[in-house]
Design a protein around this ligand. Structure first.
Ligand code: FAD
Length: 618
């Protein structure tokens, strides 16, 4: 009975229809038959099998590149469709990681259906189980019933998913976003890329969808690809228009062209639920009474200062999902005595290679199957991590040696380097791509971990020392670029030789111009030396990575939040200020689109529970 998952089913790239085919090919059926020890593959009823994961594996040591599948087998369907087949395979034994009997609740729906189920459970529960006759609608807390009012600050993945859950449970939600809706934000980003006009409140970091809207839209996460919460987030994205293949693809990604319409659908749905969405609205302060947040002070961030308007709005709870670039908001939290804890993060440079070079390093003979994203195999990516010998990089100020890891981060195959500054005096960058990943370039951050010892060595102390550290190198990069958002660059080979790139520079995907600079002088020597050492190691793993056609761009500083805002693990409420719910990447609880969305979802459940809108657990 039930569902069996068959994993690690290998199909050679030559026999597979290619990366975009997610059904059951003859070759895959052969593999399934082999695992089931069933003699005639063509007799297996296709309807009883469903591909749940497909990844491309072109690791060097493989004899042959292959697609690796996981397939779910529905035993009931199999018996109904082909009873004789089942007689052959009814002796199926579980094998760890290869054949697994799935518990019934393993498959998960989208968030709307999960909330629906929770509400149904609440309605069906007996009075004694609920302890109150009306717990499901919050009326025990609000005797003359009114919906609890919640402000969600920030419309990135964390804020959107928190708003969705809270609104589904019946809270009166206002979603406040300092940036603009995607339509206007797209025009602001266009003006930045074409006319060098940086709107400080509507840019690559701020605006509808948060920092990940004009991005590669990678949906990979370290929190467990198959966990129910990740699946619920992915299912919800599919509900709002993401392609079904993100549920199956081993390395799902969307690309900006898919993210923008998805966010518009998400917004429409929230509005239908009654969420009041306020774009161009920046939260400047918290209203606090008896050590409890009772509202927010907002200003209209779409106006210039001469039209400055501000107002105070009251709420029962405030969810803070502001991302890691809201430095003014961190400062504001400090003024209320909120406990911000300094956190390690990573800094470095963004390296860009011709995509063809990465394809040939990763796929050798198969490189010509990529066909700018239209081919049989995915556009090649890479992920490298190295630990740097701590003895070589002791800090100058007697701080002692530090273990550091150097790694590639946020790799964008077929993408472009973009400007993620929120202040014109600072330069910082990241990468984005479109769904087909068809540009000529492959870029990735090459970063090294930094901690309080690094900040202290530069005389930066206190909870926002990491922010000051970031700002210091963003300003230095802006000066090295010479202004006007021009990026300082250096070839990888010259960076290793500590010399300026004087001969003609390789082309860059960055649209606002690049200028040769001594990037080896940008960071303190121990950070530069770590980056140099790791480049040498990366080249061993990916021969050809060190190349004069590889261009380093400065500077990559905002890899994750430089602080964490302490909160309760159960209720998600801030430990130093009641009524405040810090979530997502800016609060230090996520790193990436999916993990931020998952944090938003769980915080929504936790807050709905505190507000009496929902009982039980998910
Ligand atoms: P954010 O997405 O940062 O959202 C915070 C929102 O709050 C913003 O919209 C901001 O305008 C708003 N806000 C801030 N302060 C205030 C205030 N005071 N009042 C009102 N509103 C406020 N991650 C991936 O997983 N895959 C990728 O491919 C990927 N690519 C990226 C590419 C780029 C160019 C960038 C910049 C980031 C990328 N990331 C990627 C990282 C990812 O975008 C973030 O991890 C994620 O968006 C964090 O979600 P969040 O909701 O916590 O915060």
């Amino acid at each position: 009975e039930g569902i069996w998952r068959l994993s690690k089913l290998n199909v050679s790239v030559h026999k597979d229809p290619g990366k975009d085919f997610l059904g059951l090919s003859d070759a895959l059926l052969q593999e399934i038959a082999k695992v089931l020890e069933f003699p005639v593959a063509s007799m297996l009823p296709q309807e009883a099998f469903k591909v749940v994961r497909k990844s491309f594996d072109a690791r060097k040591l493989q004899k042959e590149p292959k697609f690796v599948y996981s397939v779910d087998m529905d035993v009931q369907k199999l018996i109904n469709l082909e009873p004789r087949t089942w007689e052959f395979i009814s002796e199926l034994e579980p094998k760890v990681g290869l054949i697994e009997h799935l518990p019934h609740d393993r498959t998960s729906g989208d968030i709307m259906s999960i909330v629906h189920d929770c509400r149904k459970l609440g309605e069906n529960a007996t009075t004694s189980e609920r302890g109150d006759t009306n717990l499901c609608n919050g009326s025990h807390m609000y005797p003359n019933y009114r919906k609890p009012k919640v402000a969600v600050v920030g419309s990135g993945p964390a804020g959107l998913f928190a708003s969705l859950v809270l609104a589904e449970f019946g809270a009166d939600v206002t979603l406040m976003e300092r940036g603009q809706a995607v339509e206007k934000r797209g025009r602001d980003i266009g003006a930045l890329v074409v006319r060098r006009i940086l709107q400080e409140e509507s840019n690559f970091c701020f605006g509808e969808g948060g920092a990940g809207t004009w991005s590669d839209g990678k949906l990979v996460t370290r929190i467990g690809r198959n966990s129910g919460s990740v699946l619920a987030v992915l299912e919800t994205l599919v509900h709002f228009g993401a392609p079904q293949k993100i549920l199956v693809d081993g390395k799902p990604h969307l690309g900006t062209d898919k993210l923008v319409p998805l966010l518009q659908n998400f917004r429409r749905y929230l509005e239908e639920l009654g969420v009041n969405i306020m774009f161009g609205t920046r939260v400047d302060d918290l209203l606090v009474k008896d050590e409890h947040v009772v509202g927010v002070k907002v200003s209209d961030s779409s106006n210039n200062s001469s039209h400055f308007t501000s107002q105070k709005l009251g709420y029962d709870a405030v969810v803070l999902a502001v991302g890691h670039s809201a430095r003014d908001t961190y400062q504001m939290l400090l003024s209320h005595g909120v406990n911000l804890v300094e956190k390690d993060f990573a800094v470095g440079l963004r390296v860009e290679h011709p995509q063809e070079l990465i394809n040939s390093i990763q796929y050798s003979g198969l490189a010509n199957e990529v066909l700018s994203g239209r081919g049989k195999v995915p556009v090649a990516d890479y992920k490298v991590v190295e630990y740097v010998n701590a003895e070589d990089i002791a800090l100058p100020s007697n701080s002692g040696p530090i273990n550091r890891s150097c790694y590639s981060f946020c790799m964008c195959p077929g993408g472009q380097v973009v400007l993620t500054s929120t202040d014109p005096s600072e330069l910082c960058i990241n990468g984005m791509s479109f769904s087909r990943r068809s540009s000529k370039w492959a870029n990735a951050a090459l970063v090294v971990t930094v901690s309080s010892k690094d900040f202290g060595a530069l005389d930066l102390h206190g909870p926002l020392a990491g922010v000051e550290f970031q700002r210091m190198f963003e300003r230095k990069a802006a000066a090295m670029g010479g202004g006007n958002f021009v990026l300082p660059v250096q070839t990888v080979t010259d960076f290793l030789d500590n010399k300026l790139s004087v001969t003609s520079l390789p082309a860059s995907s960055y649209r606002l111009g690049v200028r040769a600079a001594n990037l080896h002088e940008l960071f303190p020597t121990h950070i530069t030396s770590s980056l140099q050492q790791s480049l040498l190691k990366f080249d061993k793993e990916l021969p050809g990575f060190i190349s004069s056609s590889a261009l380093l761009h400065g500077v990559e500083t905002r890899t994750s939040s430089p602080v964490q805002i302490s909160r309760s693990a159960d209720t998600y409420e801030c430990t130093s200020l009641k009524g405040l719910y810090p979530i997502g990447e800016g609060a230090g609880y996520a790193g990436g689109i999916v993990s931020a969305a998952v944090d938003g979802m769980y915080s929504g459940f936790a807050l709905a529970k505190s507000l009496g809108l929902f009982h039980g657990s998910i």
